[in-house]
Design a protein around this ligand. Structure first.
Ligand SMILES: NC(=O)c1ccc[n+]([C@@H]2O[C@H](COP(=O)([O-])OP(=O)(O)OC[C@H]3O[C@@H](n4cnc5c(N)ncnc54)[C@H](OP(=O)(O)O)[C@@H]3O)[C@@H](O)[C@H]2O)c1
Length: 287
C-alpha cells in the first residue's frame, strides 16, 4: 500500500514513520515538497504519485500565534485538509486526518464523545473544526482522529520543558485547573495504523487513558525523570499548583478536554495505555 504522508517533518509524523507497517510504503512530504494549501499542487502531486491513501499530519499547531496569524492558520488547518480531501474523493482513495480536543468548548465534566456538539474557541480551534467540516463536505471516504495534549520526541513538548526547567530552577509553578489526557505520539501513530488497517471511517477519539491536570503531568514527569536519572535524584524541586490566570495566554484553553475512548476501545478491542505508562515509555526512550 502506497501512502502519501503530509507534514512529514512534524512530531506525530516522526512516529508514524517509526511505526509504519512493513506492507506500507510512504511518500513523505512536508511543505517544501508539497504545500497542502495549494490545491493544484495537491491535485497534480496525487495524480502523478497515485497513492492508495492520504494521511495528513500537516498542521498549523502554534495555538497562541494563530490568534495573530489567522490567515495562515486557516490556510493550513482548513484549506489544506479541504484540498487533500477533495483530491482523495476525486481519486476515490481514503483520506485520514488528525484533529483536536479543542473543537469542543471544554467546559463540561464528562469525557466528550465523537458526536458531542462542537463549539471551538480561539482561532486554532476554529480552523481545526472548519477543516473537519470541509472534509465531511468533500464527499469522499474519510477518517478523522481527534487527539489531545500530544507530546513526542520531535519538537517542543511539555515533559521536555518541565525537565529543562527543573534542571535550571528549584521551583516550578504549573497550572492545576485544566484537565486533559496526555498522549504519547508513538501511541497515537500506532492507533492511526490500527484504524487504517481496519478501514475505519468517521470520527474517532484517541488519547492515552485517564485524566490529569498540567500540574499532575509535571509531578509525574519529574518523578519518572529522577527515576531514570534524567534529573539528579537528590535535587529538590518544589512544584507549585496555580490557576490559569497566573499564566494569561492569547488563545483560550478548555478547562476540561478529556475525550471518551469508548468508540476506539470497542472498535479495536484495545484500551489505550494510561497516560502515566505512555509518559514512562517516552522518558525511557530518552535514557
Ligand atoms: N501538538 C498537540 O498538542 C496536539 C494536540 C491535539 C491535536 N494535535 C493535532 O495533531 C496533528 C499533528 O500535530 P504535530 O504536533 O505533530 O504537528 P507539528 O509538529 O507542528 O507538525 C506539523 C507539520 O506540518 C508542516 N506544515 C505546516 N504547514 C504546511 C503546509 N502548508 N504544507 C505541508 N506541511 C505543512 C509543519 O512544518 P513547519 O514546522 O515548517 O510549519 C510541520 O512539519 C495536527 O493535526 C494537530 O492539530 C496536536
Amino acid at each position: 500500500m502506497k501512502i502519501l504522508l503530509t507534514g512529514a517533518n512534524g512530531m506525530l509524523a516522526a512516529d508514524v514513520k517509526i511505526t509504519k507497517p512493513e506492507t506500507v510504503s510512504l511518500i513523505e512530504t512536508d511543505v517544501d515538497e508539497l504545500d497542502i494549501t495549494n490545491a493544484n499542487a495537491v491535485d497534480n502531486f496525487c495524480r502523478h504519485e497515485k497513492p492508495d491513501l492520504i494521511l495528513n499530519c500537516a498542521a498549523y499547531t502554534a495555538v497562541d500565534k494563530a490568534e495573530e496569524d489567522k490567515e495562515t492558520a486557516y490556510a493550513v488547518n482548513t484549506t489544506g485538509p479541504k484540498n487533500l480531501a477533495q483530491t482523495a474523493a476525486k481519486l476515490n482513495i481514503p483520506f485520514v486526518h488528525v484533529s483536536t480536543d479543542y473543537v469542543f468548548f471544554g467546559d463540561g465534566n464528562a469525557p466528550m464523545k465523537e458526536n458531542d456538539k462542537c463549539d471551538p474557541k480561539g482561532v486554532y480551534a476554529k480552523t481545526k473544526r472548519a477543516g473537519e467540516l470541509e472534509i465531511e463536505d468533500a464527499g469522499g471516504k474519510w477518517l478523522i482522529v481527534r487527539t489531545s495534549w500530544l507530546y513526542g520526541s520531535r519538537g517542543n513538548n511539555f515533559p521536555d520543558t518541565m525537565i529543562r526547567l527543573a534542571s535550571e530552577r528549584d521551583v516550578l509553578t504549573v497550572v492545576n485547573d485544566q484537565k486533559g489526557s496526555p498522549t504519547f505520539s508513538r501511541d497515537l501513530a500506532e492507533a492511526l495504523w490500527k484504524l487504517i488497517e481496519l478501514q475505519k471511517t468517521g470520527y474517532f477519539h484517541f488519547s492515552n487513558s485517564g485524566e490529569c491536570t498540567w500540574f499532575d503531568f509535571a509531578v509525574e514527569t519529574i518523578s519518572i525523570a529522577k527515576e531514570f536519572e534524567l534529573l539528579p535524584k537528590e535535587k529538590n524541586i518544589d512544584i507549585q499548583p496555580v490557576t490559569s490566570d497566573k499564566f494569561p495566554r492569547p488563545a483560550p484553553r478548555p478547562a476540561y478536554s478529556v475525550m471518551s475512548l469508548e468508540k476506539y476501545t470497542q472498535t479495536t478491542g484495545e484500551t489505550p495505555r494510561s497516560w502515566q505508562d505512555g509518559l514512562r515509555n517516552y522518558l525511557k526512550l530518552k535514557k
